[in-house]
Design a protein around this ligand. Structure first.
Ligand SMILES: [Zn+2]
Length: 172
């Protein structure tokens, strides 16, 4: 008789799931995501230069689509008024007044600064269909968007702090 031990396999699978993933996105979002896939970035990055400039975590998240740990990142609990910029190209991405406490341990927003600040890419990694969010200018990975956010948009932009640079209003 062959005995299969499911527990290690199950644990391995759970470790592979990025914790940001919770709810599948809507069909409309996926369609938009598909439409964005072939756009060229306005700002082309030099990966070797970025490796020198960024921390390992910033590089892995923005360039390798990695996910930082929840609750152990810079901005998940930041409540200061200001603007969140792309850490790579400085494009403004999110205002602090659209940030909300999602309970996930990642900085979460219900809306980007403008409709053209971000692009959506269909992400089928880990056997799930999700919508990846990238900076529209440089195509750096920022996180994912889910449709379980608060009003008025109902969206939850689940971002990595490592992809963002926060500037408080008083420093501008
Ligand atoms: Zn950018």
């Amino acid at each position: 008789m062959i005995k299969i031990n499911f527990l290690p396999a199950l644990l391995m699978l759970m470790c592979m799931l990025p914790a940001c993933a919770q709810t599948p996105t809507t069909e409309q979002q996926n369609k938009n995501a598909m439409d964005n896939k072939n756009q060229k970035p306005e700002v082309v990055v030099n990966k070797e230069e970025l490796k020198q400039k960024l921390t390992t975590e910033q590089y892995n998240v923005t360039q390798m689509c990695s996910t930082e740990p929840p609750f152990k990142n810079k901005y998940w609990d930041n409540h200061i008024t200001g603007m969140y910029y792309c850490v790579i190209c400085n494009s403004p991405l999110f205002k602090s007044d659209t940030k909300f406490d999602s309970g996930t341990g990642w900085p979460s927003f219900f809306k980007p600064v403008t409709d053209s600040s971000l692009i959506e890419i269909k992400d089928t990694a880990y056997g799930m269909v999700r919508t990846e969010i990238q900076c529209a200018k440089c195509h750096s990975h920022l996180g994912h968007v889910f449709d379980d956010g608060p009003r008025p948009t109902g969206l939850r932009y689940c971002m990595n702090s490592a992809s963002l640079n926060f500037i408080p209003d008083e420093e501008k």
